[in-house]
Design a protein around this ligand. Structure first.
Ligand code: NAD
Length: 477
C-alpha cells in the first residue's frame, strides 16, 4: 500500500527513547510513508504538575491520528496517583489488549524448537482493574470485579475476528467460571454464544489455572487465548518468559476508534541511556501497527530481517545472551531488510474487522425482574451468634426474615459445628416476604438496624427472568 499515514509517537521514559528510536529507524528504512507526530506523556509531564501524566495536546493528537506507537511510561512515586498508561487505555477505550507470544528464531530458551506461536487477547478496561476499591471497615478491603455482558461480547468477538485476520484456527477462553459463576461465568457463557457466529474457528473453554499449567507444559498447543483482564495480565507475562523475556513481548491496545501499540515491558530505568537494551518488543509492536495500517509487506520484511539478525547473523542484545548494543542490533536489522529468512512462514494476513457491538445502555434487557431480598454488610465485633440473635430481634414484625450470616463467604449463622475464624465484616442476608421487595421496605429495614448496628454496604438480591442473580455462601442451602 503506497498511501501515507500519520501516527502519534510517544517516546516514553527510561529506555523508551532508545527502543522507540530504533523502531522508527527500522520502519522508515522499509520505505513506508509515515509522518510521526511526536507527543509527550509520562514522567516529565507528571513532574510539570499534570496529575494525569497525559497532556491535552497528546490526547488531541491521538484523536486526530487514531493510531499511536508508544514507549513505556513510568509512574513516578509522589507525582500523580494514576498510571499514564492506564489513563491512555481508558481514555481511548482500547478494550482489547492483544499480546502475541512467538518463538524467536536464534534466541535460546528451554522451549527452543517447539514453535510457540500463541496470542493472548486480554480484556483491557473492566474486571478488578477498573480499580473500584473501598475499605468496607477499618479491617476489610473490597475491590469490585465488574464484568459486563457488553465487555465480554466485545472482547470475545475481537478474539475471533483477530483469529480470522491472522488465519488462525482456534480460540480458547480461559476463565475461573468454576468458582466465580456470575462474573467469570458471564465471560464463559458469552464466549460460547459468540463462538456460534464463527463456525470456521475451533472454540473451547479452559479453566485459567490449568491454562497457566498447560502454557508452561505444552505451550505449542495454544493458538488464541481470550480472557478477562487480570487473568490476561498474568498469563501474558508468563508467556513472555517462555520466549526469552520481556524484550521480545509486543502488544496492541485496540478499541472501536483508536489503536495504541506498545511493548509489554516498562521503562527499565536502570538501563536507560546505556545503548544495551533490546528494542524487539517495541519493534514487533510497530509490526502489529503496520498490519493495522494494512502495510503487510513492510511488516513481513521487518519480521524476516529481525529473524535473520537473530538466527542467521546471531546478533543478539545482552538480555538474549549476546553482546550487541541497541544500535548495532538496529543497524543489522536495517541491513537485513529485503532479505528472506529461510523457512519464514508467511501468514495470510487480512485486515482486522473490529466487532460492531451495540452501544445502547440497555443492551441486556430481562423479560421479567424482581427483588427477593437484600444483603446488608455489617461491621461488628460481636460473635456471629450474638449478631444473629440481635438482628432477629431488631427485624421482628418487618416484612423480612434473616436467612443467614456469612463472613468472607462462609456461613457463620445459624452456627455450624465448624465455626470459621470471623473478621469484622458480616454479610447478613434478609429475604423479603413479598414477591418484589420495594425501596420503602428496604429503608424501613435499615431504620430498624441502624440503632443497633453499623451497616457499610447493601446489595439487592435480584431475580432476572426467573433466575436468582446472586451467589450463595459456602454452606448456605
Ligand atoms: P520493566 O519492564 O521496566 O523492567 C523489568 C526488567 O525487565 C528490567 O530490569 C530488565 O531486566 C528487563 N527488561 C525490560 N524491558 C527490556 C528490554 N527492552 N530489553 C532488555 N531487558 C528488558 O519493569 P519495572 O522495572 O517493574 O517497571 C519500571 C517502570 O515501568 C515502572 O515505573 C512501571 O510503572 C513502568 N511500566 C510501564 C509499562 C508501560 O508503559 N506499559 C509497563 C510496565 C511497567
Amino acid at each position: 500500500m503506497a498511501s501515507s499515514h500519520t501516527v502519534t509517537l510517544i517516546e516514553g521514559d527510561g529506555i523508551g527513547p532508545e527502543v522507540v528510536g530504533a523502531t522508527r529507524t527500522i520502519i522508515e528504512a522499509t520505505g513506508v510513508k509515515i509522518t510521526w507526530e511526536m507527543c509527550e506523556a509520562g514522567a516529565e509531564v507528571f513532574k510539570k504538575g499534570l496529575s494525569t501524566g497525559v497532556p491535552q495536546e497528546t490526547i488531541d493528537a491521538i484523536i486526530r491520528n487514531k493510531v499511536a506507537l508508544k514507549g513505556p511510561l513510568e509512574t513516578p512515586v509522589g507525582f500523580g496517583e494514576k498510571s499514564a498508561n492506564v489513563t491512555l487505555r481508558k481514555l481511548f477505550d482500547t478494550y482489547g489488549n492483544i499480546r502475541p507470544i512467538q518463538e524467536m528464531p536464534g534466541v535460546p530458551t528451554p522451549y527452543t524448537g517447539r514453535n510457540i506461536d500463541l496470542v493472548i487477547v486480554r480484556e483491557n478496561v473492566e474486571d478488578l482493574y477498573a480499580g473500584i476499591e473501598h475499605m468496607q471497615t477499618p479491617g476489610t478491603a473490597q475491590c469490585l470485579k465488574l464484568i459486563s455482558r457488553k465487555g465480554c461480547e466485545k472482547i470475545t468477538r475481537l478474539a475471533f475476528e483477530f483469529a480470522r485476520a491472522e488465519g488462525r484456527k482456534a480460540v480458547q477462553c480461559a476463565t475461573k467460571a468454576n468458582i466465580m459463576k456470575l462474573t467469570e461465568g458471564l465471560m464463559k457463557r458469552t464466549f460460547e454464544e459468540v463462538a456460534k457466529d464463527y463456525p470456521d474457528i475451533h472454540s473451547s473453554h479452559i479453566i485459567v489455572d490449568n491454562c497457566a499449567h498447560q502454557m508452561v507444559k505444552q505451550p505449542e498447543q495454544f493458538d488464541v487465548i481470550v480472557t478477562t483482564n487480570m487473568n490476561g495480565d498474568i498469563l501474558s507475562d508468563l508467556g513472555s518468559a517462555l520466549i526469552g523475556g520481556l524484550g521480545f513481548a509486543p502488544g496492541a491496545n485496540m478499541g472501536d476508534n483508536f489503536a495504541i501499540f506498545e511493548a509489554v515491558h516498562g521503562s527499565a530505568p536502570k538501563y536507560a541511556g546505556q545503548n544495551t537494551i533490546n528494542p524487539t518488543a517495541v519493534l514487533l509492536s510497530g509490526v502489529m501497527m503496520l498490519r493495522h495500517l494494512q502495510e503487510f509487506e513492510a511488516a513481513d520484511h521487518i519480521e524476516q530481517a529481525l529473524f535473520r539478525t537473530l538466527a542467521v547473523d546471531k546478533i543478539l542484545t545482552r538480555d538474549a545472551g549476546g553482546t550487541a548494543s541497541t544500535r548495532q542490533f538496529t543497524d543489522a536489522i536495517v541491513r537485513n531488510l529485503g532479505k528472506e529468512f529461510p523457512g519464514y512462514q508467511k501468514r495470510a494476513y487480512k485486515p482486522l474487522k473490529l466487532p460492531n457491538v451495540s452501544n445502547a445502555p440497555d443492551f441486556v434487557k430481562p423479560r421479567t425482574r424482581s427483588v427477593c431480598g437484600i444483603d446488608v454488610f455489617i461491621e461488628s465485633s460481636s460473635s456471629p451468634t450474638d449478631l444473629g440473635t440481635s438482628l432477629e430481634t431488631a427485624i421482628a414484625g418487618t416484612s423480612f426474615t434473616l436467612k443467614g450470616i456469612s463472613c468472607r463467604g462462609v456461613k457463620v449463622y445459624p452456627a455450624s459445628p465448624l465455626a470459621p475464624d470471623p473478621t469484622d465484616l458480616f454479610r447478613c442476608r434478609f429475604m423479603g416476604n413479598s414477591s418484589d421487595v420495594g425501596d420503602a421496605q428496604i429503608s424501613a429495614l435499615l431504620d430498624r438496624l441502624k440503632p443497633h448496628h453499623r451497616w457499610t454496604h447493601l446489595e439487592k438480591l435480584h431475580i432476572f427472568d426467573g433466575v436468582p442473580a446472586f451467589s450463595k455462601d459456602h454452606g448456605e442451602d
